[in-house]
Design a protein around this ligand. Sequence first.
Ligand SMILES: [Mg+2]
Length: 240
Amino acid sequence: MILKLKLSNIVYSYRGYLFFLTLTRRSIYVVGLCMLLTLLSACEQNDKPVNLTIAKNEVKQYYESGKFDEELNTVIEEAKKRFDKVAFKENSIVIFDVDETALNNYELAEKMGFGYVYDMNKEWNAEMKAPAIPQVKELYAFLLSKGAKIIFLTGRNYYEYEVTYQNLVNEGYTVFDTLITQIGEETKMKAKDFKSNKRVWLTKNGYEIIGTVGDQWTDLEGEFHGIQIKIPNYLYMIED
Ligand SMILES: [Mg+2]
């Protein structure tokens, strides 16, 4: 009798185990299926773009809440540490981009609804309204104190040379070797190629490029870039 009970217990236990196992397997299938559906649903949601008004408001908030400045402060502190390790020579230069690097066009960007209106841009440049970006100006002053020479290299057209030069000087960038703009056929070049070619030309003419500072990767990639300092820019992107 005792033996029978024990056997039946074993049988019941065994059946219970099978039942549990079946349940567990089913649970695994159900959980797996739920995860797959969730993943598919997430993928489907990710296929849809962010509403443009929401995206613009997020960018505006980032700039105007001080978060952009916080990010930029960190970038500049890191940049100073990297340049501080360099021994600058007579021919050592650091190349700075102009728009959204040395000068700040946020006010214009906002007026243009965070898009691009050619006439408004040209009028803004002509009126030399862009203020300096203080953190970048601080890096510029730091580099000058270290003995670096500064060259400004911009994708702006040559007919804007004078106003660009004057805007830089008015905003405190008073010491630099030269300002290079695009001219003639260069205006048809891709930004990266134009800037890289100019750096090759500068190097062949005896300059040693220690670093490049710009808000676009097209300012920093290519030949002879040295230390690359990427200034954050959430307003627009120049892809090539
Ligand atoms: Mg720029």
